[in-house]
Design a protein around this ligand. Structure first.
Ligand code: G3H
Ligand code: 13P
Ligand code: ZN
Length: 333
């Protein structure tokens, strides 16, 4: 058993309490490799923003949970080296799907876990979440749970209200599970194709797709039922057009890629939403930068020469999100 406290990590309790009071949100960035982690830590340290490092199942399969945990431990030391005296960095399991996975992360130094039982029947979601909370809280590890189903591009009716979190369930769920934060579904979804073109309108000037708005009415109802409770938004990448264009320019193909407009996320960050998950945008930044270098310098074969610019591009993206979307800069001096 290793406590995250020994590693210099923090759980999300205080981060969220301050974010709720201050009307901003904490960035939750996924990482799978060193360059991503370097870029996240550099951005957070320079801007003194609290940050959540997220490890998904895909990341654990790709990079190994043990290695990623040691990297997060290294991130704390790196942040200090960069002049951030008291780094506020949480290490979080993203979309944990079983009690055993959550337990193994708690035992191994994660400071926060998500148990995502949102696809299970309500009572099963309650029971599994409660089990994880009972275990995690013994070690002061915070727990994120989920209610509602995030739309997927494969869904027939991806933005239908039936998928949204039902505000009438949240009090019972939060009370019975004891979870520390709640991920909700109000129209966001994972990946770079968040809406089908037929769900969007087109901007007459640019011809670009304009997605339907998020269900802020559902968010308001949830806030009313659970005042002061930390809410989480998954699937919050914006799929910046500049990266899509760059990827197309250098040989890639992402037809009709579309994300959540940043002004809507900015509004969400001012509400009870205090954790915003971003992964796809970082993938796009990295891919765009790598493609550019390889297209412009076909003789290049030193990975540092294309992963370095990719890292710089990701850092720029993370800084932009922290300052212009989440408003978390300067909140962890
Ligand atoms: O929740 C989705 C995240 O973007 C992680 O995705 O499972 O491909 O690592 P992944
Ligand atoms: P995006 O795919 O929109 O970046 O969402 C990431 C996420 O929710 C990770 O849990
Ligand atoms: Zn997610």
């Amino acid at each position: 058993m290793i406590s995250y406290k020994e590693l210099g990590l923090v759980n999300t309790r205080e981060m969220f309490a301050k974010a709720l009071k201050g009307g901003y949100a904490i960035p939750a960035f996924n990482f799978n490799n060193m360059e991503q982690l370097q870029a996240i830590v550099q951005a957070a340290a320079e801007l003194k923003s609290p940050v959540i490092l997220q490890v998904s199942k895909g990341a654990r399969n790709y990079a190994n949970q043990t290695l990623l945990r040691y990297m997060a431990q290294g991130a704390v030391e790196f942040a200090k080296e960069l002049g951030w005296e008291r780094p506020q960095i949480a290490l979080h399991l993203d979309h944990g799907d079983t009690f055993e996975t959550c337990k193994s992360c708690v035992d191994f130094g994660f400071s926060s876990v998500m148990i995502d039982a949102s696809s299970k029947p309500y009572e099963e979601n309650v029971a599994l979440t409660r089990q994880v909370v009972d275990y995690a809280h013994k070690y002061d590890v915070t727990v994120e749970a989920e209610l509602g189903v995030l739309a997927g591009v494969e869904d027939e009716v991806s933005s239908e209200e039936s998928h949204y979190t039902r505000p009438e369930e949240v009090i019972d769920f939060a009370t019975r599970t004891g979870c520390d934060s709640l991920a909700i579904s109000i129209g966001t979804s994972h990946g770079a194709y968040k809406f089908k073109p037929e769900q969007c309108t087109r901007d007459p000037k640019t011809g670009q797709l304009v997605p339907p708005p998020l269900a802020f009415d559902v968010l308001r109802e949830i806030e009313k039922n659970l005042p002061g409770f930390p809410i989480v938004l998954h699937g919050s990448s914006s799929v910046p057009q500049e990266y899509v264009d760059m990827i197309h320019q250098y040989g890639g193909k992402l037809p009709d890629a579309i994300g959540i407009p940043e002004d809507q996320l900015r509004d969400a960050a001012k509400s009870a939403v205090c954790k915003i998950n971003i992964d796809s945008d970082s993938r796009l930044a990295m891919t765009a930068a790598v493609r550019k270098v390889l297209a412009e310098k076909p003789g290049e074969f030193d990975p540092r020469k294309y992963l370095g610019p990719a890292r710089d591009e990701m850092k720029k993206l993370y800084m932009h999100k922290i300052v212009n979307v989440l408003g978390s800069d300067g909140k962890a001096e």
